[in-house]
Design a protein around this ligand. Sequence first.
Ligand code: CP
Length: 312
Amino acid sequence: MISSFPDRHLLDLARLSAAQIDALLRRAQRYADGAQAPSALAGIAVCTLFFEPSTRTRLSFQLAAQRLGAHVLNFDASTASTTKGETDLDTFRTIQAMGVRGFVVRHKVDGAVATLAEAAQPGVAVLNAGDGRSHHPTQGLLDMLTLRQAKGEDFSKLKVVIVGDVKHSRVARSDLHALRALGCGEIRVCGPAALLPDDDGTLAGCAVSHDLDAALDGVDVVMMLRLQRERMTEGLIASLDDYHRAYGLTEARLRRAAPDAIVMHPGPMNRGVEITDAVADGPQSRVLTQVANGVAVRMAALEMLLGDAASS
Ligand code: CP
């Protein structure tokens, strides 16, 4: 099975076909349904190598690897020898020399995970847990699994809106790749002009709007993004209050969507900024379903890259 994954790694969804994404989602759904595979990674060591903070991605990868029987090592950048000047590449090679076969890597620099993957030895797999603003493939996959569970496998009639800071969002980019690959009927993107990507192809085929009320009309799925507060310092947003007034998802606004629309957010949420408590915790929210699906998707990805089938 590993031969069907580019470069034996999971670096981005743009390199995967619809069939490969579908295969991952089917396997993940089995784990979401409670399937067990306690020995799939028995004897294999997996390292979560995070150079950026994380709660759900790191912990769900750790849990996923443990459920598959792997030994799990957690690299803590705040106490590691990187604080003494060791390079990221030397860090990767050092851990690889210990016999670690799976690396789950997050990095703030675009392309940094792919660069480390180039140093991987045969049989070693690298899974991108988020790099810069570029890719977050397992987030894209867990979002698609959540969407399938709520709306079925045929996306051709679905209307999806992605709202907020798309420009700096690796989640949005991975979701866009996956939605296109799976044939989503209509993709809308909404946010202030300063927080939408430049004309770099990211939004190809999307209906772009700066008016959230209009963008919500009749949609089946609302994907909210985290407002990256650090952008405040760049002057891209006037104030959090202004942002909330224009782009915050409230119960009143949500009524513009289809009555059975679902609301997603990758977390962490800025409550009261991009989303109100009432929506985040309301009946249409799938935020915690996304978290739960993260474990299932990461089990599927680890198994497909490192399990028995991977070496056949
Ligand atoms: N969605 C996401 O990547 O969350 P973490 O930063 O907590 O991993």
